[in-house]
Design a protein around this ligand. Structure first.
Ligand code: ATP
Ligand code: MG
Length: 355
């Protein structure tokens, strides 16, 4: 089986490094504090948290705010997650405090419990009662961990939701919240702006890429057998193009592995894999490029060619800077030591079109 995996949360054999981050997270979870994790998209935030909570063995629920469209839905999801964790019979008495009685039904196919609320009640009451349930089911011996993923979406769900949520969480004891999100500028606004309800909510951890040496060892161990030099050379080429970005490194390694394993190619195998991946996304890249204005295109091209986008003599620095900020907000470029195009294959595509 292909030993590389990308696109979903990775665990066990597909997970590497993050030792110090795991330690820090564990220590923080051993306190009454809450944690905020910020990092670019697909850097491995969800995987890291999943690994840590699984290892420490405490009960946890995870809600992805990207898929929550209303406060009522959020309340329903909390209850559903709680039912997954604790036997219904054991906790049904906890529901007696609900001012709007939830309707619980069983999905005949999956056996999972579904939760809905009668309409007409206010969502504030639902939110209060749902959040209160979390504190009630958490015990001193087995403190609950509540993971709210893609937390930058909190401001989009309903006006004032962030404020209500913060006020409720603030009063709780005996459980930890982990809030993670990827649109860094939005996450920074939420947690670092004085006016934001979540200002100074918890300690902020910024997730970096996986260190070169560790990723190199991970890749080399998993590549199909060939001579040692060749393996080193392939590994280095992979990491040079992906710059240790967790997702793209796994994606490229996976493609390289397929070519080596099934087609027995080793010569220029990385170049071939890059070409395949770039071609595969040709249409998406073209659409993306067309949707960009002239300034954005110029900046993307400069970054792709490893030039400093702020040294464009034809444009005032302020124009370039605002464009870079917008491109970063939308996730097309990231800043790690220097500006980088988030997707190395898009960078490659831009360079190819330039030539
Ligand atoms: N520790 C790791 N070791 C190896 N690969 C990893 C690791 N963490 C993440 N990856 C790779 O990156 C991909 C994305 O990971 P994950 O979904 O955890 O990131 P994320 O930051 O939560 O992404 P998103 O912003 O999309 O929510 C994984 O599918 C995997 O290929
Ligand atoms: Mg994630």
């Amino acid at each position: 089986m292909n030993p590389f995996k990308f696109g979903t949360i990775v665990e066990d054999d597909f997970f590497t490094d993050r030792k110090s981050e795991s330690e820090v997270l564990k220590q923080k979870l051993d306190s009454e504090n809450h944690i905020v994790i910020i990092g670019p998209r697909r850097f491995g935030k969800s995987s890291l948290v999943q690994k840590v909570v699984t290892e420490i063995g405490r009960p946890y629920i995870r809600i992805d705010l990207q898929y929550v469209l209303s406060v009522t839905e959020f309340a329903a999801q909390i209850l559903k997650s709680v039912f997954k964790l604790y036997p219904y019979e054991k906790i049904k008495h906890q529901l007696s405090h609900f001012r709007i009685v939830p309707t619980i039904s069983t999905n005949a196919v999956t056996g999972a419990l579904d939760v809905s609320f009668q309409s007409g009640g206010g969502s504030t009451i639902l939110l209060e009662d749902a959040i209160a349930t979390l504190e009630k089911v958490s015990t001193e011996k087995n403190r609950l961990i509540v993971i709210l993923d893609e937390f930058q979406e909190v401001t989009k769900i309903q006006k004032g939701f962030d404020k209500q949520l913060r006020a409720l969480i603030q009063q709780q004891k005996g459980l930890n919240y982990i809030l993670l999100g990827s649109q860094e500028s939005m996450m920074e606004d939420i947690f670092e702006k004085k006016k934001s309800p979540f200002y100074h909510f918890g300690q902020i951890m910024r997730l970096q890429k996986i260190p070169y040496a560790d990723f190199a060892e991970y890749i080399k161990k998993r590549l199909p057998k060939c001579n040692d030099n060749e393996q080193d050379c392939i590994t280095n080429k992979i990491l040079d193009i992906t710059q240790c970005h967790p997702y793209y490194t796994q994606q490229l390694s996976s493609q390289v592995w397929e070519l080596m394993n099934y087609q027995k190619i080793t010569d220029n195998v990385v170049e071939l894999a890059i070409e395949q991946l770039t071609n595969m996304h040709d249409l998406d890249f073209e659409r993306l490029w067309i949707s960009m204005n002239h300034t954005n295109r110029e900046i993307l091209r400069q970054i792709a060619l490893s030039q400093n986008p702020l040294q464009n003599r034809e444009k005032p620095t302020s124009t370039s800077f605002s464009a870079i900020k917008r491109l970063m907000r939308d996730g097309y470029i990231i800043y790690v030591d220097k500006y980088e195009i988030e997707d190395p294959f898009f960078a490659k595509w831009i360079i190819n079109k330039e030539l």
